[in-house]
Design a protein around this ligand. Structure first.
Ligand SMILES: N[C@@H](CCC(=O)N[C@@H](CS)C(=O)NCC(=O)O)C(=O)O
Length: 264
């Protein structure tokens, strides 16, 4: 049995849960409260020194980094294959997936924090407690970014480049999906899995008006939502308080987001 250290709303955890669901693999859940900083506990840092979720343990081996975990799962549980047979399409799949570690995940985390999650960080904390929480980030770049995002919200200097990066993601997908039902062509792959949580986050943050001019993305997301894995790996794990917060704050910020996007 696979052990999974994860969180219901974490995009990186969602990627791994979808892959497990598509493979029909069950797992033993270690569900972390990220706001309580379970991921920074020394016992967990001994498994994943980056202090982030997800991490899996399989056959006594510890593996972290969601993109790496997904490829590992596709190798050890080969059916159904989630990597295109064609070497070219497989290369295209990896080009999609690596973008997440090259700024796109951080951009999604920034818009989520600026629009909604900052309120969770601040709630009931003295300035000293908030500082301690933000100082807890293991990665110094993330620490600086989250401090700015939590303190300033949509006024954060990271917000505008982040929303533009997320819009570029939707534009790139819109173009790619002209060529087939799935991101690398005719076959559902790890690229579709990897991007599902990020497109879903756009919806949760009430910014799905961005789909109005991107019909291929809207249709793709309908196909994604129709897969049984969407329920098992995504919606069954959604945390109601997070959904309520994103709905309320996302709605409030809808015009602000549009204004920032349209400014130079
Ligand atoms: N590159 C990593 C990123 C993991 C990551 O940033 N996870 C977030 C949740 S999506 C997390 O654990 N955040 C809590 C923290 O940074 O303290 C991966 O793909 O696994």
């Amino acid at each position: 049995m696979i052990e999974l250290y994860h969180n219901g709303m974490s995009t990186c955890s969602q990627k791994v849960r979808i892959t497990l669901a598509e493979k029909g693999q069950e797992f033993t859940s270690h569900h972390f409260n990220l706001r309580a900083r379970d991921q920074h506990h020394p016992d967990y840092l001994a498994l994943n020194p980056n202090g982030v979720v997800p991490t899996i343990i399989h056959n006594d081996k510890v593996i972290y980094e969601s993109a790496v975990i997904d490829e590992y799962l596709d190798t050890v549980f080969p059916e159904p294959s989630l990597r295109p047979e064609s070497p070219y399409e497989c290369a295209k799949m990896r080009i999609w997936v690596k973008q997440l570690d090259e700024g796109l995940h951080a951009a999604s985390a920034t818009i989520s924090a600026c629009i909604a999650f900052r309120y969770q960080f601040m709630e009931g904390k003295t300035p000293e407690q908030l500082r301690e929480t933000l100082d807890g980030y293991v990665d110094p770049g993330k620490r600086a970014r989250m401090t700015e995002n939590v303190m300033k919200g949509v006024e954060s200097l990271f917000f505008k480049p982040a929303i533009k990066r997320v819009v570029k993601m939707l534009d790139d997908m819109e173009k790619a999906l002209d060529g087939g039902a799935w991101m690398t062509g005719d076959n559902y792959s790890l690229a579709d899995i990897a991007f599902t949580p990020y497109v879903n986050r756009v919806v949760h943050l009430q910014q799905d008006w961005l789909f109005d001019t991107r019909p291929n993305v809207a249709d793709w997301f309908d196909r994604i939502r129709a897969r049984p894995s969407f329920k098992t790996a995504m919606s069954d794990w959604f945390i109601p308080d997070f959904l309520t917060l994103m709905k309320a704050r996302g709605g409030e910020n809808r015009d602000g987001v549009r204004t920032v996007m349209e400014s130079d």
